[in-house]
Design a protein around this ligand. Structure first.
Ligand code: ADP
Ligand code: MG
Length: 592
């Protein structure tokens, strides 16, 4: 049977067109064929099972590991007029009972549950008694021991096929490796499924890497340029999370910490305030993020080097879910990789240690090469991308390769003359002509290289040394107090047989980037954001669930004057028009 799904997309969800692959996936489900789909974060996976749920007879069950997210997904589906509910351990007995009786009456179209639910006595037979059409498994990589987030509870899902032999099963994940895909398909016993591997390109994300000198002041500088925007700042330790959060607060920035060392209720509260736009910024360890569907995160900063490209991509992917321009900044220093290497040496399992080493070296090479960032990231996922994306520091003339041979020789010669026994800080002291007790003690002010670089900053010389390390002209002997040693390559540069190009950084050229995105009137945007926040407070919902930033932007550009043109805005469906149309139309009329 052919279904006409476009009108449902329009009236229920308020979208005028499908995102990549949504249409194929939905048609497959409606025709009774299983689906496996790997799509990036923000790719629009929820709609792939929510829309068919409106059309298929009976019930659609969605299995998700993220209890915290279920309520949001249900609220959001209900906001679009879909009869949805969830059952999990957070629900009171009474509430769960209500959902179960809705289930029995056949009133429910969409039911979210955690995988543990199948182990509950009688639950499967309950489902067998209702008209069940489709089971969809979100975050399906959790069944794979190869995935980064394996969950033993997910293994029990392999019995679904036996209990419901004729049901449509679909599986969704944002993890792209082939091994995980195979595991998912075989574990869930998908029957010749439609297999979708979407492009992992996130066009709305701007990637930038900056040399880390002083993380907190660099973060502050960035945040000030993005005043009022919602963002996540990742730090690698709890201590640094606390320090950065306190530092930002001292400068009047609205920020809260999040890490596993905080009491449960504080952590939940901070996450909630962030979700509801009551605080702009969350400073967090990587414990934060799974189960956050906030669509208006405008930037993700990594204050320290991530352990792998995969985790970096997952974490940066939390920005820009709504498709609006968002920034990903990584502060990079070689010192960080030393710290991670130290931890890797302490891993007992040799295989795991090897994997960790490979992951780190890929991450370092990402951070150190001047090639289009997007090209590198996508090649990590085996996707061929031509480069020149125009949306990273490398393609936006922020970085330029210049000849750094002479300065490199100054550093190398200082190291050689000091008989290669010193670390980075001291070498920079010599080059800049510092007058310290140690310099006097060693008599190093007599060296010919003493003070040859006094006109450049410490930060500058740090950069040169980082380049020398990165290009393997120097080698940091971690087993001997981090002493710097000159390699064969380094000797070639020192004796003028080889040139060294180094990265020079300029400021981002904003105009070049923002031209991709229609922004509309900035003032009106702020007014609509406030209106949205007030409505959200009234309803106890996160603001992005009322309307996304993208929808507000479009309102600022198109300035609808009546209900009909309001309905034409992306993200406005019939139910949302009824609920919010009046308020927003009035606000636009008064402030345009
Ligand atoms: P995922 O689960 O794949 O990370 P979501 O399902 O959370 O992504 O969707 C990401 C965002 O994209 C949401 O804000 C959603 O409303 C929006 N979205 C989904 N489908 C469409 C579409 N066809 N057109 C425009 N926006 C869409
Ligand atoms: Mg999702």
């Amino acid at each position: 049977m052919e279904y006409n799904i476009k009108p449902v997309l329009q009236t229920t969800f308020g979208y005028s067109s499908f995102k990549a692959n949504q249409e194929d996936i939905i048609n497959s489900i409606l025709q009774g064929r299983d689906v496996f789909a790997a799509m990036p974060t923000g790719g629009g996976k929820s709609l792939c099972y929510q829309l068919p749920a409106m059309i298929l007879p009976g019930l659609t069950v969605v299995i998700s590991p993220l209890i915290a997210l279920m309520k949001d997904q249900v609220d959001s589906a209900r906001g679009n007029g879909i009869s949805a509910g969830f059952i999990n351990s957070s629900l009171s007995f009474e509430d769960a009972d209500n959902v179960l009786s809705e289930l029995k009456n056949g009133k429910l179209k969409l039911l979210y549950i955690a995988p543990e639910r199948f182990a509950v006595d009688g639950f499967i037979s309950r489902l067998q008694r209702v008209k069940l059409s489709h089971i969809s498994i979100d975050e399906a990589h959790c069944v794979s021991e190869w995935g980064h987030d394996f969950r033993p509870e997910y293994l029990s899902l392999s019995s679904l096929r036996n209990h419901f032999p004729d049901i449509i099963i679909s599986a969704f994940t944002a993890t792209a490796t082939k091994k995980v895909q195979e595991d998912i398909i075989s574990h869930l016993k998908l029957k010749s499924p439609l297999c979708i591997r979407a492009s992992f390109d996130r066009k709305e994300l701007y990637y930038r890497i900056a040399r880390k000198s002083n993380a907190n002041s660099q973060i502050l500088e960035f945040v000030r340029e993005h005043q009022g925007d919602s963002g996540i700042i990742y730090r690698s330790t709890r201590k640094d999370v606390e320090k950065t959060a306190v530092f930002l607060k001292e400068y009047g920035i609205s920020a809260l910490p999040y890490h596993a060392g905080l009491a449960d209720n504080i952590r939940k509260k901070n996450q909630n305030l962030f979700k509801k736009d009551e605080v702009d910024i969350i400073v967090a360890t990587i414990a934060f993020g799974m189960g956050i569907d906030k669509s208006n995160v405008r930037f993700v900063i990594h204050g320290d080097l991530p352990k792998s490209v995969e985790s970096y991509y997952q974490e940066t992917g939390r920005a820009g879910r709504d498709g609006e321009l968002s920034y990903c900044l990584l502060l990079y220093s070689r010192g960080d990789s030393g710290k991670i290497q130290y931890h890797i040496r302490n891993i007992d399992d040799p295989d795991e240690q090897k994997r960790a080493r490979i992951n780190l070296s890929k991450m370092i090479s990402y951070a150190e090469t001047g090639v289009c960032r997007r090209k590198q990231l996508l090649s990590y996922f085996d996707e061929l991308y031509p480069g020149n994306c125009g949306m990273c520091d490398s393609c936006n003339d922020e970085i330029e390769m210049v000849d750094g041979t002479v300065d490199a020789q100054k550093v190398l010669s200082a190291i050689k003359r000091m008989d290669v026994r010193f670390g980075i800080t001291y070498i920079i002291d010599i080059i800049r002509g510092a007058d310290t007790a140690r310099v006097r003690e060693y008599g190093h002010y007599e060296l010919p290289t003493y003070a040859v670089g006094k006109n450049e900053s410490k930060k500058y010389w740090h950069g040169i040394i980082d380049e020398l390390l990165g290009q393997k002209c120097l080698f940091r002997d971690e087993d001997h107090y981090g002493v710097l040693k000159i390699t064969e390559r380094g000797k070639a540069v020192l004796y003028g047989k080889k040139a060294l190009s180094v990265v020079k950084r300029h400021k981002e050229k904003k105009s070049k980037v923002t031209v991709y995105f229609g922004k509309g009137d900035e003032e009106l945007f702020d007014i609509l954001k406030k209106l949205r926040l007030n409505i959200a407070r009234d309803k106890g919902l996160p603001p992005y669930m009322i309307f996304s930033d993208k929808t507000l932007r479009e309102l600022c550009v198109k300035l609808p004057e009546n209900r009909e043109s309001f309905l034409n805005i992306n993200g406005v469906g019939k139910v949302k028009l009824q609920t919010y149309g009046q308020m927003f139309l009035e606000c636009i009329r008064m402030n345009r």
